[in-house]
Write a protein that binds this ligand. Structure first.
Ligand code: AMP
Ligand code: MG
Length: 340
C-alpha cells in the first residue's frame, strides 16, 4: 500500500465515472451509502479486497458485505436464494438489510473471510447504486473507518481515517440512516436470526417472516469458546479514544450520577438541550431512535476532537431502531453499563 494522495471526488457525473474506473482497476474508494460510508472495491478481485483489509486494519476472518444494485445481480453473488430471502429482498431492497446466503464461486474467500456464505445488500443511496452499475461489478464494502473506531457518516470522517491509504473518497453528503445495516441469517424456511440490529427492525421483519430471533450477542458480549454466528461479534467496535460508560436511568438519575462523577475530562452525551448538565460539558444526540442513529457516530468522533477522556452516555431506549444504537454503544463502552 503506497498511495500518497487520496482524491476527494464529488457526486458529479465526471467524478462518478472516475470513481468507477478506479474501482474497475482494482483500487479502493470511500463511498456514501444510506447507512454509513463504505470502503468499496471489486468484490470479485482478491487483490483489491485485500487492500480494504489493509487500509482498515481489519482482521482477515471478519467478512465483508457485498453490495449489488439490481436483483438480477443476486444470483452472481449467492449460490441459492430461499423463497423467504426473495420475499425480504422484494420488500426491503434497496435498503439497509443485509442477508447472509451461500456464496457463489465468483466471490473469493478473502471477501467472505473464509466462510462459504456471504452477506449481501442492495443499498438505496443513488451514488452507491450508480457506482455499482458504472463499475459493472458487485462491490465489497465494510464501513470506511479504521477497524474498531466509530463508523464514518461524512466524507470528512472517511478522509480523516483513510487519507494516504486509499485512492479516493467520494463525497455524497451526510448519511441518512447513520448506523450500519441490519444483518440477518436464515435458520429455516420461515425463521430469520438478526445478527446485527439496524434500521430494519425485528418488528418490520415479522411482517414477512414467521419467526424472527434476536441473537443474544446483540446485547451481550461473546464469551470465550462460544459459537459465533457472525465474526464481527468477536471484535471491539465503534469505540472512540475516550473511555465510554453507558448509563441507564431517568434523566434526573443520570444528571445526579454525572454530577457526582464530574472531573476534568469528563463529558456527557445527552438526548437534548433540556438534558444538559450545568458544570459538565455535554453533547446531544437526539431523542428518537432514528435521530440517535443518525448522530451517534459523529458525536463519538466529536468527543475525541474535544479531548474527552471519559464520556457518560445516557442510554437510549432499546425499542425499534433504538436497539441498533444501544448495540453500538455497549460495544463502544466495552460492555461497561451502569443501571441507576
Ligand atoms: P461492516 O462491514 O463493518 O458493516 O461489518 C459487516 C458485518 O457483517 C460484520 O459484523 C460481519 O461479521 C458480518 N458478516 C458479513 N458477512 C457475513 C457472513 N457471511 N456470515 C456472518 N456474518 C457476516
Ligand atoms: Mg464496521
Amino acid at each position: 500500500m503506497n498511495i500518497v494522495e487520496t482524491k476527494l471526488l464529488t457526486d458529479c457525473a465526471a467524478d462518478l465515472i472516475e470513481a468507477a474506473q478506479l474501482l474497475q482497476s482494482g483500487q479502493v474508494v470511500g463511498i456514501p451509502t444510506e447507512t454509513v460510508y463504505g470502503l468499496a472495491a471489486d468484490a470479485r478481485n482478491e487483490q483489491a479486497v485485500r487492500q480494504i483489509f489493509a487500509a482498515k486494519g481489519r482482521p482477515a476472518d471478519n467478512p465483508l458485505i457485498v453490495h449489488i444494485a439490481q436483483l438480477c445481480q443476486l444470483e452472481t453473488v449467492a449460490k441459492t436464494v430461499p423463497a423467504l430471502a426473495q420475499k425480504l429482498a422484494d420488500h426491503f431492497w434497496p435498503g439497509p438489510l443485509t442477508m447472509i446466503l451461500p456464496k457463489q464461486t465468483a466471490i473469493p474467500d478473502v471477501t467472505s473471510g473464509g466462510l462459504d456464505t456471504v452477506g449481501i445488500r442492495m443499498p438505496a443511496h443513488p451514488v452507491a447504486r450508480a457506482l455499482i452499475l458504472l463499475s459493472g461489478t458487485p462491490l465489497a464494502a465494510p464501513s470506511a473507518n479504521r477497524s474498531g473506531y466509530p463508523s464514518p457518516t461524512t466524507a470528512e470522517h472517511v478522509m480523516r481515517d483513510m487519507e494516504g491509504k486509499i485512492a479516493a473518497v467520494l463525497d455524497g453528503g451526510k448519511c441518512d440512516v447513520g448506523v450500519e445495516s441490519t444483518v440477518i441469517a436464515f435458520e429455516n424456511d420461515d425463521t430469520v436470526r438478526i445478527l446485527r440490529p439496524g434500521y430494519v427492525t425485528k418488528q418490520m421483519l415479522e411482517s414477512y417472516a414467521k419467526t424472527v430471533i434476536l441473537d443474544p450477542a446483540i446485547l451481550h458480549g461473546v464469551e470465550q469458546g462460544q459459537i459465533v454466528r457472525s465474526p464481527g461479534m468477536k471484535y471491539q467496535h465503534y469505540a472512540p479514544r475516550a473511555n465510554v460508560t453507558l448509563v441507564e436511568g431517568t434523566q434526573i438519575a443520570f444528571e445526579n450520577f454525572v454530577r457526582q462523577h464530574a472531573r476534568p475530562g469528563v463529558f456527557a452525551l445527552v438526548f437534548d438541550e433540556a438534558g444538559r448538565i450545568p458544570g459538565v460539558p455535554c453533547l446531544t444526540y437526539g431523542n428518537s431512535g432514528s435521530e440517535q442513529a443518525q448522530q451517534i457516530f459523529a458525536r463519538l468522533r466529536d468527543l475525541d476532537d474535544l479531548g474527552a477522556a471519559h464520556v457518560y452516555v445516557h442510554a437510549p431506549s432499546r425499542e425499534g431502531v433504538g436497539l441498533a444504537v444501544y448495540n453500538r454503544l455497549i460495544r463502544a463502552a466495552g460492555f461497561e453499563v451502569i443501571q441507576i
